[in-house]
Write a protein that binds this ligand. Structure first.
Ligand SMILES: [Ca+2]
Ligand SMILES: [Ca+2]
Length: 466
């Protein structure tokens, strides 16, 4: 692993790269102002409840403040590959067509799209683009030797992404085995630090660790560190009364002792698995700071999907639209230092549109996302009123106040998040909520077929009944 001094020394040698004509042109293109760098960190299966000081103290400190926090950030599809493809294409899943983790989805579905994706647009705009970590499901099975277009520095897992040791990376076309006890997250962080130290500016790094996806194996030093810590219990854990819920949830029995122990075990291993990443992000932020790069680098921290783990009697499931699955952390540390909490409904495709705008890149397709740039300056700026969300069996919308879900069997759910943040009391079908439900259903029906600008819904939703 590189120590700080080596990294700074490497950084000091980087101006040779910057002093080239091409590098200079890359760095100063927009009216003389330097184009910003990007570090896009996308954790795998991270829950919002994981980003708390007891589990991720460094992330809470360095990303939580002074960052912009998007507190109502959903993913377009609550599954790894469809969500990642939305980030890379800026499209809603119904427009990119990758709706599963495996064929016809996964990398099988993404491969025909990859030549027209965010990394390619950034490269065409003069960016030096890197990727470290997990890519898209089944990349390892279909094309482990392939370096996708748009990446100047490619270091992706070319093995099963569930591995935390004894793994292989495709490093710019060469298969490199890590079979001496190296731990994925630690190796990935080292690669990111190397990139920061050597990449010509402007750069964009997609740091997508496999952590903390099940089996959530922690680094040796972290194993057992949460053994005596009790899992926080949400009011919706093992929901006592599910008579308000759709038929699929009503069928679920209350947990037995063994199931509760299994859920708690998974929570503990996930918390332990996140420790290495938490330390790594602290080092990355410190390195950007000491290298003088933080003043011109946007750092985003998010997850590809959440995970329902015990809520509403669901033992383990990401592919549902309850809050723990569909809403994921999103922090944006930006050069301006603007620090606020945004409650507008935003989606990962909106971040893609913002990266395109900030980089001066040209997307070679019509983006479905709405650039977040107005909110990066003022969280009360005018914004769309709903985000479209999907899973296998459900479609829905997230608004500033409501969650509305339609199941494929016709069952419906409506939650007023201001009075019912744990989604214990489904309001669908209640006469007092009829107007709200109708407004939500109208927005959903429109967004399900949207493209480009029509994906930015601006219709109003009635206030809740008094
Ligand atoms: Ca995932
Ligand atoms: Ca209930």
């Amino acid at each position: 692993m590189l120590d700080r001094r080596t990294i700074l020394k490497l950084a000091a040698s980087t101006p040779a790269l910057l002093s080239t004509k091409a590098g200079a042109e890359r760095a100063f293109r927009r009216g003389g102002a330097a184009l910003p760098n990007f570090i896009h960190i996308c954790v795998d299966d991270l829950r919002t409840s994981d980003v708390v000081p007891d589990i991720m103290p460094h992330v809470c400190k360095v990303m939580g403040n002074p960052s912009l926090k998007f507190a109502n950030h959903s993913v377009p599809f609550t599954l790894c590959a469809p969500s990642r493809v939305s980030i890379l294409t800026g499209l809603e899943p119904h427009n990119h067509g990758v709706l599963t983790d495996h064929a016809p989805g996964g990398y099988t579905g993404y491969e025909p799209l990859e030549g027209n994706s965010l990394p390619v647009w950034l490269t065409n705009a003069g960016y030096y683009v890197g990727h470290v970590g997990k890519f898209i499901n089944d990349y390892n099975l279909i094309a482990p030797d392939h370096v996708p277009p748009g990446y100047a520095d490619w270091r992706a897992m070319s093995c099963a992404f569930e591995l935390y040791t004894n793994f292989t990376l495709n490093e710019n076309g060469t298969q490199v085995a890590y079979d001496n006890g190296e731990y994925t997250t630690d190796v990935f962080v080292e690669k990111v630090l190397n990139f920061i130290a050597t990449a010509p500016q402007p750069f964009a790094m997609f740091f997508w660790p496999n952590c903390c996806h099940w089996p959530s194996i922690p680094a040796v030093q972290d194993a057992g560190t949460f053994a005596d810590v009790d899992m926080p219990i949400s009011p919706s854990f093992d929901e006592a009364d599910v008579s308000d819920k759709p038929r699929a949830i009503q069928k679920l029995p209350l947990f037995g002792k063994k199931q509760k122990q299994q859920i708690e075990h998974k929570w503990r291993t996930r918390a332990e698995c996140l420790q290495s990443l938490d330390r790594g992000i602290k080092t990355i932020m410190e390195t950007l700071q000491t290298g003088g790069l933080l003043s011109n680098t946007h750092v985003m921290f998010t997850s590809d999907n959440g995970l329902v783990e015990g809520e509403h009697r669901i033992q383990k499931e990401k592919n549902v639209l309850y809050e723990e699955g569909v809403t994921v952390p999103f922090y944006w540390h930006q050069p301006s230092g603007y620090n606020a909490k945004c409650t507008h409904p935003v989606s990962n495709i909106d971040a893609t549109a913002a990266m395109v705008e900030l980089s001066g890149a040209t997307a070679q397709r019509v983006l479905d996302g709405m650039s977040l740039t107005p909110l990066l300056a003022d969280v009360s700026a005018p914004w769309k009123t709903a985000a479209l969300v999907k899973s296998y069996k459900t479609d829905g919308i997230c608004t500033q106040q409501y969650r509305y879900i339609e199941w494929s069997n016709g069952d419906k759910e409506l939650y007023d998040m201001t009075i019912d943040p744990y989604q214990l009391d489904n309001k669908a079908g209640l006469s007092a909520y009829q107007d709200i439900q109708q407004a939500c259903a109208t927005a959903l029906a429109s967004l399900e077929g949207c493209a480009g600008d029509t994906c930015s819904w601006t219709g109003k939703f009635p206030p809740p009944p008094a």
